[in-house]
Design a protein around this ligand. Structure first.
Ligand code: PMP
Length: 395
């Protein structure tokens, strides 16, 4: 996958829209432009049918039903609707605590702080081990009957660590605690089949799964629908949970993207990613510098993710030196540019210096072996130049 001369290894920041997805979306920008909430004419009915079909395809990813899918503008909004929605509705109740893993995306962490600072909830951080997996015995100890909700992501956006959501779900069974899962990074990494039984709320993002940007979804298990307060009010669309006209072409795109990731070919794609990623990691480790892999290995990791630590270098300098030929990331795209060490890498035990020396490479659907080989050469060349410059400076 190249954008002009640039090798793109940043699929966890955003994926390109699959051409098959784009072609399904196209008619809804043109002749089928009706408002899906217009109930008086056929143009509206057709649009509503398209949205319904898209919701069914998204739902199928986790074996849910179409009416359990609420379209949002992305996973950030889905996370906000899940947690703030729960917190606002339950204000004044006896469940006063949220348990949130230490490695969550900022859109979960920031909302959790609002729940604490503005709504008076107690916020407990769930610790993770050195591979980024939530400590289940800490969760068991903390999961008392004053806990309203637990939020643990399915797949980490920085380290690629896959959390054991089924185990967390069974640990919470019978407690009355709501389980929210940010699964924005999950569809490309794992088969989410039957997650409808494991979690009550699940967030997805279109542009992390070869769908368009600006669309996401929150799965709301039918029996907890009334536990959420909406974040925006208006025409009462989407079962009163998210007012506003839904964007039909984007919904159709997200549905098409979900359909491509729900079938058997998705597992073959994950296997292909794994082989390419392993080749990339091996190639990097063979370079004559101290380069190591942060986070989990093998099956507990997103098959396209390689978070590598370059001892003695900074990610910022390496990425600068490979511009404009290679796109990768210093961490979550949302924190890039802010010169503070990644909270995820800190939570898995890295020092500020080690975190600053770490780069996330993420391989995707259109990445080729040639891309991977060329990326290794580019990094090798950059490290040589940086090492030479360093020698000169210290001479
Ligand atoms: N959660 C995770 C794990 C993510 O990786 C991202 C995207 N960086 C988000 C939430 C936010 O998604 P969106 O861009 O759709 O708001």
């Amino acid at each position: 996958m190249r954008i002009g001369d640039t090798i793109y290894l940043d699929h966890q920041a955003s994926t390109p829209v699959d051409a098959r997805v784009f072609s399904e979306m196209a008619p809804y920008f043109g002749e089928s432009f009706g408002n899906p909430h217009s109930t008086d004419h056929v143009a509206g009915w057709r649009a509503a049918q398209a949205v319904e079909g898209a919701a069914a395809r998204v739902a199928q990813l986790i074996r849910a039903d179409a009416d359990e899918i609420i379209f949002t503008s992305g996973a950030t909004e889905a996370n906000n609707l899940a947690l703030l929605g729960l917190g606002r509705r339950a204000a004044g109740g006896k469940r006063r605590r949220f348990l949130v893993s230490a490695v969550e995306h900022k859109s979960v962490l920031a909302v959790s702080r609002v729940l604490r600072d503005q709504l008076g909830y107690q916020l407990d951080s769930l610790p993770v081990d050195r591979l980024g997996r939530v400590n289940l015995s800490a969760l068991r100890d903390l999961a008392a009957d004053d806990v309203l909700a637990v939020s643990v992501m399915a797949v980490n956006n920085e380290t690629g660590t896959i959390e054991d959501i089924p185990a967390i779900s069974s640990l919470l069974e019978g407690t009355g605690i709501v389980l929210h899962c940010d699964a924005a990074q999950a569809p490309c990494a794992i088969d989410l089949g039957h997650f409808n039984r494991h979690v009550h709320l699940l967030s997805l993002s279109g542009h992390k799964m070869y769908g368009p940007q600006g669309i996401g979804a929150l799965f709301v298990r039918r029996e907890i629908k009334d536990a959420l307060e909406p974040l925006q009010y208006g025409g009462g669309q989407q079962q009163e949970l998210r007012s506003g006209t839904v964007p039909v072409p984007l919904c159709v795109g997200m549905g098409a993207a979900a359909a491509l990731l729900g079938g058997a070919e998705a597992n073959a794609e994950r296997e292909r990613l794994r082989l390419l990623r392993d080749k990339f990691v091996r190639g990097m480790m063979e370079l004559p510098w101290r380069i190591s892999l942060n986070g989990a290995a093998g099956a507990e990791r997103h098959p396209g993710n390689a978070n590598l630590q370059f001892e003695g270098f900074t990610a910022h300098n390496i990425l600068g030196a490979v511009q404009p030929r290679l796109a990768a990331s210093t961490g979550s795209a949302c924190t890039s540019g802010i010169p503070e060490p990644s909270h995820v890498l800190k939570a898995v035990g890295l020092s500020a210096e080690q975190a600053a020396a770490s780069i996330r490479f993420s391989i995707g659907r259109y990445t080729t072996e040639q891309d991977v080989d060329a990326a290794i050469d580019l990094v090798k060349d950059a490290l040589s130049r940086l090492a030479d410059a360093n020698m000169l400076q210290s001479a």
